[in-house]
Design a protein around this ligand. Structure first.
Ligand code: CS2
Length: 521
């Protein structure tokens, strides 16, 4: 480009920088400014500094901050109980913890509801820890006698279990690393085992370990992984954990997105010009169902959570209706060029398939009465279409090989056993397979992020769709042993051929039943 000033770019910058008056510093969110936030912003009813550490959380991501940490704020507020400050651990990247530290661990939640936002500053995180650089080490923090509950949101892949057997995956490199490095474990499982070993050594009372991830029987699965790992180190420790540590199952629900630049700007507006570098954005809908356990806990029950004896029905409905359909919308929607779940769900054809999948394939495998199923599906379609939630396809589609069994294949098996057709599930699986090649396109809107990507990607490099489907479906580490495998391979192969040669719209329309096509909303 021509340089009209005839000076080097460096000199030009120098010139403009010295000529402008210095920008006033932007005030940052901190305890000092809490008292002067605009009245439309809800803030903690307690002084964040007054909280003591009672909970350690593994996985300081957006979900944790818009769900558990916010609910805990309401629970503390409900009864003025300051014992439940959260030590929140970022497992990999330091950015969120760095941002939180620079603003007294405060952050803003924006709950987007029908064009409006409900804005609240959260003050329950009392310490942010970046696991890889933490000098004390996460096991020592877990063993802190003040910690009564350890919670986790580390995604299904963080559990290092086989999605088929639900037992610890001994082929996982990080598990092997953790067996060798008791002081510096990198997996949540290693951290828990070494932390609990320390509690046992001291003769202390172990914390309750509460999984908040989207897994089948998340507490039971976590317990099995922890005990499997402990047994490899010390049989006595494994027995002690089995006898003394509670791992209740729980089901969490709220659609959350990491903050976009627009969220950051919106937060600044709401806070009257105060800058928050770590806001989170979510839908207003929230549920948290927890299997009751012995021991103290925040009054989560006064803040929207439910304690029950058994979460199984609730968990299957959540995983199969919401999470399974998220996968369907993500893989097919991204192939159609949509960048967000909301955009895909608003497409009439994809929206109709999503409804059909829930009502005719996933729904009949659940114990929901028909009227409740319809109501839930209607509500989910509205939630999926919330345009303020930019739920990005790569995020929803990542780690598909771990998510496939609990969210899709388990219901598919039930349907095959009951003789019910499964066209949408077959198309979903085909769309997932298609991504291993489609992601290479320059304009692809989704990346493939998967713990098994290295071994799966070469399977997709074959022109024959039916052979390709067969190669994937034979992966028993993902699909287990499938009933009627030949029929399923044919169905998935046909779907893959349609996606490859005819495109998403034709592939979807071929699988829509006429009754439902009329009910597109
Ligand atoms: C999503 C979930 O990324 C995903 O796998 O399906 O994060 C989903 O948004 C939450 O489970 C909603 O509760």
């Amino acid at each position: 480009m021509r340089n009209v000033f005839n000076i080097s770019p460096a000199r030009y910058i120098e010139f403009t920088a010295t000529d402008l008056p210095p920008a006033p510093p932007v005030p940052r969110l901190s305890e000092a400014v809490l008292g002067r936030l605009p009245s439309g912003v809800t803030r903690p009813g307690f002084a964040p500094r007054s909280l003591t550490k009672g909970i350690l959380h593994l996985g300081c991501g957006s979900f944790h901050r818009a769900h558990q940490a916010l609910v805990t704020q309401h629970a503390i507020d409900a009864v003025s109980d300051p014992r439940w400050g959260i030590v929140s651990v970022a497992m990999a990247r330091p950015m969120v913890v760095d941002a939180l530290r620079s603003q007294d661990n405060l952050y803003t939640t924006l709950l987007h509801d029908d064009g409006q936002a409900r804005v609240e500053v959260v003050g329950t995180i009392v310490e942010g820890v970046h696991a890889p650089s933490d000098r004390l080490g996460v096991p020592s923090r877990i063993a802190d006698p003040g910690i009564k509950i350890v919670t986790l949101t580390v995604t299904a892949s963080g559990y290092c279990v086989s999605p088929v057997t639900g037992r610890l995956d001994l082929d996982c490199d990080q598990v092997r690393h953790d067996l060798r490095h008791p002081r510096r474990p990198v997996t949540p499982i290693g951290m828990l085992v070494y932390g609990l070993a320390e509690v046992r050594r001291r003769g202390g009372t172990p914390p309750v370990v509460l999984s908040c991830d989207n897994l089948c029987a998340n507490g039971r699965t976590l317990r099995a992984a922890v005990i499997d790992f402990a047994a490899l180190r010390d049989g006595g420790l494994a027995d002690w954990i089995a006898r003394n540590v509670q791992f209740p199952n729980s089901v969490v629900d709220r659609i959350v997105q990491p903050a976009t630049p627009a969220d950051q700007a919106a937060a600044r507006n709401w806070l009257g010009g105060i800058e928050d570098q770590a806001p989170v954005s979510a839908e207003p809908f929230m549920t948290w169902t927890i299997e009751d356990f012995d021991g103290d806990r925040p009054r989560w029950d006064l803040a929207g959570a439910h304690f029950v004896n058994d979460v199984t029905d609730h968990e299957l409905a959540k995983l199969r209706l919401l999470n399974g359909t998220h996968m369907l919308l993500a893989y097919l929607g991204a192939l159609a060029g949509y960048r967000t779940v909301a955009a895909a769900a608003a497409d009439p054809t994809l929206g109709a398939l999503a409804r059909q999948f829930m009502l005719c394939e996933q729904g009949p495998t659940l114990s929901l009465p028909p009227a409740e199923l319809r109501r839930t599906v209607d509500e989910l379609m509205i939630r999926f279409r919330n345009p303020a939630i930019c739920h990005d396809m790569t995020r929803v589609g990542r780690n598909g090989s771990d998510k496939m069994m609990p969210r899709v294949v388990a219901a598919l098996r039930d349907n095959v056993a009951a003789g019910r057709p499964t066209p949408a599930a077959a198309l979903l699986i085909a769309a997932w397979i298609r991504w291993f090649t489609a992601a290479r396109a320059a304009d692809a809107v989704m990346e493939v992020i998967d713990p098994r990507a290295n071994s799966l990607t070469p399977l997709a490099d074959v022109a024959d769709s039916h052979l390709c489907a067969q190669r994937f479906l034979q992966r028993t580490d993902i699909f287990g042993t499938l009933p009627e495998p030949d029929r399923l391979q044919r169905q998935v192969g046909d779907a893959l051929a349609d996606l490859t040669h005819e495109g998403v719209d034709v592939a979807v329309r071929r699988r829509l039943t006429s009754v439902l096509e009329g009910s597109v909303r």
